[in-house]
Structures are given as structure tokens and as C-alpha cells.
Ligand binder design. Sequence first.
Ligand code: SF4
Length: 703
Amino acid sequence: EAALSVPDKKVDSVCPYCGVGCQLTYNVKDNKILYVEGRDGPANHGRLCVKGRYGFDYAHHPHRLTKPLIRREGMPKTGDFKMDPDRVMDVFREATWEEALEVAGGKLARIRDTFGKRSLAGFGSAKGSNEEAYLFQKLVRTGFGSNNVDHCTRLCHASSVAALLEGIGSGAVSNPVMDVTLADVVIVIGANPTVNHPVAATWIKNAIKHGTKLVVCDPRKSDLARSAHRYLQFKPDTDVALLNAMMHVIVSEGLVDADFISSRTIGYAELEQNVAGYSPELMAPICGIDADTIRYVARLYATSKASMILWGMGISQHIHGTDNARCLIALALMTGQIGRPGTGLHPLRGQNNVQGASDAGLIPMMFPDYQRVDNPAAHAKFEKAWGMKLDDKPGLTVVEIMDAILRREVRGMYIMGENPAMSDPDANHARESLAALDHLVVQDIFLTETCYLADVILPASAFPEKTGSFTNTDRLVQIGRQAINPPGDAKQDLWIIQQMAHKLGLDWQYGHVSEVFDEMRHTMPSIGGITWERLEREHAVTYPCAVEGDPGQSVVFTETFPRESGRARFVPADIIPANERPDAEYPMVLITGRQLEHWHTGSMTRRATVLDAIEPDPVALVHPLDLSAMGGKPGDVITIESRRGTVTLYARADDSSPRGAIFVPFCYYEAAINKLTNAALDPYGKIPEFKYCAIRVALGGTV
Ligand code: SF4
């Protein structure tokens, strides 16, 4: 019916979901989105996946928060609950914006003044715009007075970024996804693009049709594996064994690019020495891939004219995630497969703006553009730019903040557009921490699980209700344009952040979003040449773009690496086992991730009519033989338990998971799987081990 209506306006924007950054057009009538069409953007050329095409009507859902809410006096903060919007007015009361902001910001200011600047922390959002991310981190750094600011990049690619910054001096991709069409060989490892970056997967499939050889390496047999030239189903948690064995072959067979190594890198001798102990024969029983296949794939990658590596959370979400990424970087460097079209390293970014939010400084150790807070020159630069004294000590990361709350070191938080009660590892612990705060302010569009633990809830704007810039996985800065107005008294996020800033003593007077962007580009050399007018005109500009008129570089590292020496650095890695291995009590392995129709904690897509109709219930993907071994059948209810928590959900027979491993998406509040996950951290990226923990499974329970 909606599709048959005639829109009264069309608004060009981008998709609010994944990092591919598809451009789309909202077709709007009477402040309602009727339907969405793809348009000819650099990343999608008209294509959209099911989320981009059908995941829009969450914005009109009756659950939208339309008034500021304040927790009623004496209402306990429970750490475990079923999301029930009908209960909301038992727990909260409506308030005016004036009162809500006074309580929200006023109490944070009092905590800061009583307990010190590091007693506050903030989580920004990878769903918000670059301008929102920039203002949010600026608020924490100048209004709270510390660097205790982070966001969900900590939970996805923090380890990849740590390895990339260390090895090649830049945390972003070297080549756009579309370069797969120029590659002879593409390795996709620890990623499931068909589900998580669906339009990117279509470009990979197109490349295969034109002769590109695809190698998929993953413990789970993804849909893309069916199109692969070779599929390597290595054992969970054995990435370093497999990758070091490949490097061993490349070294021992003389397939390295000696010129590239000598002219563009440092540290090769240590790497060579390290991989000498990782022969394919030794590693085959560990990783589960036979030595001949390891040799074949290593030769294929090293000797092709152009080889590219794309990876995802399967690489990064381990306590050895940084080591995993170090191995991928070393593979590219030793073979010279970087710095040209169709080569390079591409960590597939998850959220639509996780790249931009990280670039904008929504991380505790970096000012905007990855300028370290403890670097005296960067510190002086931002003190001058923002006109006040700044903390030069790196702040706490997502999981560290949760622990600091229970130690009473962090007492107040401001969370914008993130849902740590669902997305953090060991979610029962995270909920306990959030409930223990003296004061929690949450800014969101729905009553998320995190909102249940808030003292003040500020109703914000959905993606199509505001204008801002967003940076996709390819380093493309694009404009998302306002198509509809927020409902009721909900406000745009930039306005809310500014009001909070006023309560914390900052005199901010940003008018149009372009004023924020303009300030950003003057503190961030990578986007220095991008003007708002140009974004308006061209819709998308790639960075690095140092000066106005610069076309922007889609392929980087062509001549040099952005490290002090100009050279990339090899960093060897050794095998480190998962923090929690299966044992007699908990004999199986839990792997968490996403599914095609739902996005992250589900707050948007589970309220999108079509998407919810396709995947309405919480499911666990269980190997059919494991399911029948426990006496079950598809559709049966199972209960999964780890040392940290229990969930009950429906079993779906799925032979993509290896035997002994169960895959569960983290989007279902009824079965919040992060109650089970392990908060053990990678020491460099501080990313938790979402991809591996020990569980036991039994038939039965109540969903
Ligand atoms: Fe949106 Fe990603 Fe799908 Fe494109 S591929 S439509 S950006 S979810």
C-alpha cells in the first residue's frame, strides 16, 4: 500500500546500517517514509540489501521515545528484565526538556566537581554522524575533563586498528571494497559479508564471475564459501597457526617480494625467524587444514599480480585479535601485495559510521584523526584549538569502564545511542555496573535495555530525522540528509549534546551541522580538504583529502606508509590460546555474531516490520549432528549456559557451524547472548573475546 502512494518528496541519503555505506533515496509523504530506493553511490551503484531496502519503518514505530523521562524516586535499577514498554511509566515519569537537562547535566557536573574529572565517562555511537561523534568526544574531553570516552569500535575492530596503526601507521583500509573487481586473488577471512556487508558480497561475487579467485578462511562455512575457489574451514581460535604457516611457505619457497621488503619495511628478519617454526606440517593438526592446501593458498596469494585481504570480527574479536591482524599485515607486506589497485588490506567496518566515529576521536587514547592524547604536540594542538586544559592520560575503554564503576572510580555516565546492556561481553556484569552508577543519562530513540538502568532518558532523533556526514568502510565521507521530523518532543542529537554541554559549563553555540564539520576539518588533516559545500555537491568524497580540490585517495600507501620512517613494520605473532577453552563441564564453544535481517542489538531492525517478520524469534545455529546427538530437532527449545549466564532460545539446524560450536546472533533481548560471553581482553586493542567461550547446551527451557 505504501509503495502505491505517491511520495511528496524524495530525499537523497545513505543507509543507516552497515559500513558499506550504500546511498539511497527516502520517498516521503506526510512526514512518513513510504519506501526506499538505492541510488548510484560509489559503494553500491543502486544496490541495496534487505536491511537497506526494508529496514526503515522503525522510525515510525509506536515505541519511539517522544518525551524526556526521569526515573521515579526510589525505583530500583534491576539488572535483569524483559523489555516491556508498557512498564515504562511505572519506572519513569515524563519531564520537560528543561527539567530533564537540568537533572541530567546538573548531576554529572556535581559528580565531576565532587569526585574529580575521571569519575565520569561517556559512550558515543557509531550510528551517529561524524559531527555528533566529534561533539560528543569534545564534550567528554572538555566538559567532563577526562579521556574516558569510547564507543563500539572497542567491541569490533579495536584490535585490527591497533595492529594497523602499529604496522602501517593508519587504522583505515588501504583499498576500497570495489577493488576486489581488480584483484586476481581475494582472501576473505573471519568475515561473513553476505550477512554483514551484503552489497560488498555482491561485488565479490561479480569479481569471481570475471575470474577473480576467492579464498574463504573461516571456521563457519559462510554463504560466500560456496562461491570460493578454496574454502579453508580452520578450527576456531587457530588463526595465527594458519597464517604463520602460510608465511612459512612464502618464505621457504622464496615467494617474498624482496624489493618491497628492503625498500618499504622494517623488522622482516624477526618475522622470518618467527615463522620458521610454523611449518604447514606442524600447523596442520592444530588448525585443521592439510599442509598441501596451506601451501597452495600461500602460493596463490603470493604469486598473483594483485591479491587483496578482507577481514571481519572473526579475526578481531579474540584475545589474540591484534596478533591475528598482525599476521594479515605481514602477509601483505612480505609479498608486496599492498599499495596498488586490487591489493591491500580491508578490515570490513561494521556500523555505518564506525570509521567516522573513530576518526572523530570517539576513543579514549586518541584525539580526532588518531592524534594520541599523550603526545605532547597533539595535546598542545587540541588545548589551543579548544581553548582549555585537557587531560593527557589515555582514558578507560568500554570494558574497563564497566569494571571501574564497580570500584567506584566511575560514578556517572552519559551514553548516546549505544546499548551496552546488550552489546557488552558478560552482559550480566555490564548491567550490574550500569545499575551501580550514581547517575546514568541515556540518549536514544527507543527504550533500550540500557535505558532501563538510566536515571534520565533523553529522546533523540532517528537516522532519517537529521543531517550529518558519515564515513564508510572505504573512507568515503557521505551525507545523510534529513527526510522527516522527529516525533513528539524528541530532539536532534546535536542539539541535545549542546544542551548537555551548557549544563557542564561549556558555552557552545554551533548552529548548522556544517559549522561542526568545518571545525573538524581544521583539526583533522585527513579531511582538511573536504568542505561541506563539496559534500553537498558531490555526495561523497574519499579521504585522505588534505587540501581543497584534492580528489581524495581511494588507494593509499602507494609510495610510503604514514609512519615516522615512512616504512611499514613487521610484528611477529605466536599462538595464544583462547582465554576459556572447553572442558568437561562446558564442552562446547560459543561463537557470536550477526544475522542478515537484524542489526546489532536489534533495537531498530526488530521494530522494522518486514525484517522482524522474516526473523522474529531468537535462534541458535547448531550443527545438525550435535542437535540430534542431544536428542533434539530443528525448532526445539534449547538452553545454553556458560560460567557467566544462561539463555533459552530455538535451535536451528545449520551445518555451517563446525561440530561442537554453536553460533548465536546478539540481537535478541529475550536471549541476550552476551550474558554468556567472556570479557577477557586482547591486551593491545582491549577488545573482548566475543568469538570464543566455553558453554554447555541442554534441550528444554522457556523462551
Ligand atoms: Fe545498508 Fe549495508 Fe545493506 Fe548497503 S549493504 S543496504 S549499507 S546494510
